[in-house]
Design a protein around this ligand. Structure first.
Ligand SMILES: Cc1cc2nc3c(=O)[nH]c(=O)nc-3n(C[C@H](O)[C@H](O)[C@H](O)COP(=O)(O)O)c2cc1C
Length: 228
């Protein structure tokens, strides 16, 4: 009888499955335009939320909570919060950069049929503080992991996601009735889209370029060589 030998590589996904994972990562985009006016089916939204909910979290704290927003009046109120914050941000730039900033499309709050506010219950006792004694901010990091899970799952489902951070958190709290001890982390616009762009919108608009991987890596100790 031939004994089967299990190698570490056997834990890997199949070639095709790996390609799908890397494809989702490489082709995920922040989407702010081209949303199709069709709500996502409930089962699909549930799959995306389940992907988010299964993200790693410090001490298995699972501090993320999800506010699904479909109501037009609520989205309209959030759009106003964005407009005020965006006007303030625009005033911080000068000359050609101010003009370029003003031409950017930085949200799709009303175009996307559903929005999602991902918040973090930073004070939750879940996880008994494991991993949070010296780095309490890991609660929020856990919520960011949840957002990224959802973002990648959405790309695989053909669903566009755009993150809007140009918001005054206090005003956002008012609109969504988020209590003081709950931290708004991500305001997302999501929906079917007509296309996914090949490159980041900010790159296409000439605002910023992606930096090469080599510039982000150093070995053994921190070094700023290679970064600009
Ligand atoms: C924490 C965070 C906040 C962001 N806030 C905004 C925003 O307010 N408006 C916007 O248009 N894009 C926002 N983005 C999207 C980035 O601009 C985008 O991820 C980046 O330009 C790279 O493009 P890509 O996601 O398509 O690869 C945000 C992304 C992150 C991670």
């Amino acid at each position: 009888m031939v004994e089967s030998v299990v190698t570490p590589e056997d834990n890997a996904f199949s070639q095709q499955e790996r390609a799908a994972v890397y494809r989702a990562i490489a082709t995920r985009r922040d989407v702010r335009r081209g949303f199709v006016d069709r709500p996502l089916p409930d089962e699909l939204l549930e799959r995306l939320l389940a992907a988010a909910h299964s993200a790693p979290s410090v001490g298995l704290m699972q501090p993320s909570r999800f506010i699904v927003i479909r109501d037009f009046a609520t989205r309209h109120a959030v759009r106003n919060v964005f407009a005020a914050a965006n006007a303030q941000a625009a005033a911080t730039y000068e000359g050609a950069q101010a003009e370029r900033y003003s031409s950017l499309k930085l949200e799709g709050i009303l175009e996307a049929p559903q929005n999602l506010c991902v918040v973090c219950d930073t004070r939750s006792a879940r996880g008994y503080k494991l991993g949070r004694n010296t780095m309490p901010e890991t609660a929020v990091y856990s919520t960011v992991c949840a957002v990224q899970n959802l973002w990648l799952a959405a790309r695989a489902e053909g669903v566009g996601v755009g993150w809007v951070s140009i918001l005054d958190p206090a005003r956002l709290r008012d609109v969504l009735r988020i209590p003081d001890h709950i931290l708004p982390v991500a305001y997302l616009c999501l929906g079917y889209v007509d296309a996914f762009a090949a490159e980041p919108e900010l790159e296409r608009a000439g605002w910023e370029r992606r930096m090469p991987l080599e510039s982000a890596i150093c070995y053994d100790t921190y070094s700023e060589d290679g970064t600009r």
